[in-house]
Design a protein around this ligand. Structure first.
Ligand SMILES: Cc1cc2nc3c(=O)[nH]c(=O)nc-3n(C[C@H](O)[C@H](O)[C@H](O)COP(=O)(O)O)c2cc1C
Length: 175
């Protein structure tokens, strides 16, 4: 797909087919996440790949009953790794950079998923401690859970704010 096509085709998809995700597609997504920029190139994050049905059920529960996490064949949990970023950047690394690193890697993964014909939704509404328990981790912070699979719905585009409301200052002139 062309880059602009990837951007415009992406939607939050909350209904999935049971069709499994090909390993080669998963690898393409992981490679895309891995080339995302990160503070000091430290890549202060980890991604947990969850395919086990009972764990996906538990993630859906931790996300206050968002059942599509159990429905999609794969969940990716993007976790900030505060200790990794703190080694070089101290408090700012621990509190900010690792979260930015995880979210930008997630964004790259999300767009790569579209590029290979898959769908996702970014889930931020979950109990962090409960997700840590499901993943059996303590020192990393789950910041986003993605459901990943083949879409069983084609949502319409969501409305957006006016560009002029968001971008302020030296706005582009007509060429
Ligand atoms: C930080 C963040 C948290 C989100 N949390 C949830 C969530 O918990 N559940 C959900 O269904 N969608 C969630 N979304 C998806 C948004 O609802 C969605 O991106 C927005 O409505 C725009 O729709 P679109 O993605 O189809 O363009 C989240 C998105 C972001 C970026």
């Amino acid at each position: 797909m062309e880059f602009t096509e990837v951007l415009t085709h992406r939607r939050s998809v909350r209904s999935y087919m049971s069709r499994p995700v090909e390993e080669s597609k998963l690898k393409r997504i992981f490679e895309a996440a891995n080339i995302a920029p990160s503070a000091g190139n430290l890549q202060g994050y980890q991604v947990r790949v969850v395919r086990d049905q009972s764990k996906r059920n538990a993630l859906a529960k931790a996300a206050h009953g968002q059942g599509f996490l159990a429905e999609a064949p794969v969940c990716l949990v993007f976790c900030a790794d505060p200790d990794r970023s703190a080694v070089r950047y101290g408090k700012r690394g621990r509190e900010l950079y690792c979260i930015q690193d995880a979210t930008i890697a997630g964004t790259f993964a999300m767009l790569a998923a579209v590029d290979v014909g898959l769908a996702t939704v970014w889930v931020g509404d979950f109990d962090e401690k409960e997700v840590q328990q499901v993943l059996e981790v303590k020192s990393i912070r789950p910041v986003a859970i993605f459901s990943l699979g083949y879409a069983a719905e084609q949502p319409q585009p969501s409305p957006r704010r006016a560009i002029e409301e968001i971008f302020q200052g030296d706005f582009p002139q007509t060429d």
